[in-house]
Write a protein that binds this ligand. Structure first.
Ligand code: SF4
Length: 339
């Protein structure tokens, strides 16, 4: 078995959106820190799930990795190339190797284009010949469970699950290595969700794909992820192996997310941590640990000091004072939250 190698590396990524315009545009306002110093690595061939409530910054994170939006600061490294410093020609080449699957593919489709033209569009933009586009569409349709004749139909003639299959075919068109799946099954019925997850898993094996799977649904993530990163208000609060996280979540936020869904995880330690209240605005991030207003275990230190990231015995990284105290680690001796 070959050694795992890193395909994607995010380092201290920050995305701050400026205050909205409009009639208050001249008034000095605070920006929104949607992503606040996030670091992680994704190994070639693995699926890293990025989970958290809506508004936690996970979709922004996905877009930063593709440079669909520019980060305020930080680095993104793809296969050893620094994406943010790549010139236009290099970036275009890398960009073909990274694709995105949307939650609602129909919103990205031109309703006046046939399915064949929709799937072929990334190839056309990449300069493939008309003949090669036609051949590739013919290869892709059966791979995603669709038939040849579907190429001549229009998106409105398909169900939600079928439209997601078209979106997957389109994302595979230019032979990518890394696919960012942004809530790809959230809009689908449970039975269809399972089919699309199975399809993504099969395609990953067949083409050695690497996935960042963004989702708020921990039931779904359990079926596809190798590792899980839990995001809260622009930060990753826990990241580690899926089995370890599901059977014994350490961060109180992870505990609450997992306690909220019925999961038949063998040997799972049950947690009574429940989420209360709403996720605060990223414009007004709480002091100290940003989770403290909702945390049932909050201590005085949690109000004042941002928890450092600690590494547990099973290789997990967790940012919580409670966890560092139980490991007998002095938080001040560690870097501020960077994973
Ligand atoms: Fe809760 Fe404190 Fe841990 Fe934050 S640092 S999750 S407030 S115990």
């Amino acid at each position: 078995m070959s050694e795992p190698s890193t395909l994607v590396r995010a380092k201290n990524l920050v995305k701050e959106f400026s205050p909205r315009g409009g009639i208050f545009a001249r008034r000095k306002g605070r920006g929104v820190r949607a992503v606040d110093g996030v670091s992680f690595e994704i190994q070639r061939g693995e699926t890293l799930a990025l989970v958290g409530e809506s508004g936690c910054g996970k979709s922004t994170m996905g877009r930063l990795l593709m440079r669909l939006i520019e980060p305020t600061s930080g680095e993104v490294d793809f296969d050893g190339i620094e994406l943010l410093k790549a010139n236009d020609a290099d970036f275009r080449t890398i960009r073909r190797r990274i694709q995105l699957i949307f939650q609602d593919p129909a919103s990205a489709f031109n309703p006046r284009m046939t399915v064949g033209a929709i799937i072929a569009e990334p190839m056309r933009l990449a300069g493939f010949s008309r003949e090669r586009c036609r051949e590739r569409v013919k290869e892709l349709l059966p791979l995603v469970g669709l038939a040849d004749f579907h190429a001549d139909r229009y998106p409105h003639e398909f169900s939600g699950g079928q439209r997601q299959r078209i979106g997957i075919a389109r994302s595979l068109a230019v032979h990518p290595e890394f696919i960012i799946c942004d809530e790809p099954v959230s809009a689908l019925d449970v039975s269809i969700q399972a089919q699309v997850i199975n399809l993504l898993t099969d395609l990953q094996k067949q083409f050695d794909l690497t996935y960042l799977f963004i989702s708020h649904d921990l039931r779904v993530v359990r079926h596809i992820a190798d590792r899980v990163a839990v995001m809260y208000l622009g930060r990753i609060v826990e990241i580690g192996d899926k089995r370890a996280i599901y059977s014994r979540p350490l961060h109180p936020y992870t505990q609450a997310l997992i306690a909220a869904v019925p999961l038949p995880e063998p040997g799972r330690a049950t947690s009574h941590t429940r989420l209360t209240g709403e996720i605060p605005s990223a414009q007004n991030i709480p002091s100290g640990c940003r989770f403290h207003p909702r945390c049932p275990y909050a201590m005085p230190i949690c109000h004042e000091r941002d928890p450092a990231t600690v590494v547990t015995g099973d290789g997990r990284q967790v940012a919580c004072h409670l966890v560092s105290q139980s490991l007998d680690i002095q938080p001040q001796a560690l870097e501020p939250q960077r994973m």
